[in-house]
Design a protein around this ligand. Structure first.
Ligand code: SME
Length: 156
């Protein structure tokens, strides 16, 4: 397993293209879920320096905070609540350009302005979500959706 990331500057797509095989390498041979989620959050934070990036994992009827990088965050989210709970309910990636316009958005941090939440599937079932917050409005787009969906698919 490679232990240092090589950080590339360039277009967003080029940055993801460079990161993707490195994340693959980080996960190779490791089956521990917490270790893998922690390294994915760290790799994304190191490459993109987003405000907050991390996982919420389904435990019974709630999403529970998992490995993340960034400021402290809310620990439990009900199905259908906030952007994360809505992504869980609909099993779809949600891109929110302005969190203040999203009904029921859960403001863990007042600095967060836009957000993308990507569902994570294991054995065909939704198991959790990847949540990314930015301090800039409209920071996430279809490029983020495409690559983040590929990245969470790598989780063994
Ligand atoms: N804003 C999220 C809650 C999680 S924090 O952003 C880390 C939401 O509305 O679901």
């Amino acid at each position: 397993m490679a232990e240092d990331l090589s950080i590339l500057q360039g277009t967003k797509a080029a940055q993801y293209e460079s990161l993707l095989p490195q994340i693959k390498g980080l996960l190779e041979g490791e089956t521990n879920l917490v270790a893998n989620l922690a390294n994915i959050a760290a790799a994304l934070k190191e490459q993109f320096n987003w405000w907050w990036v991390g996982f919420y994992w389904i435990q019974e009827d709630e999403l529970v905070l998992g490995p993340f990088q960034g400021p402290v965050a809310c620990t439990r989210i009900k199905k259908g609540r906030g952007v994360c709970g809505k992504s869980w309910e609909t099993e779809k990636t949600l891109i929110v350009e302005d969190v203040e316009q999203f009904p029921g958005h859960i403001a863990c941090s007042s600095f967060s302005k836009s957000e993308i939440v990507v569902p994570v599937f294991k054995n065909g079932q939704i198991a959790g979500v990847l949540d990314v917050d930015s301090e800039h409005l409209a920071h996430f787009d279809e490029t983020d959706r495409a690559f983040l969906e590929k990245i969470v698919d790598l989780i063994p």
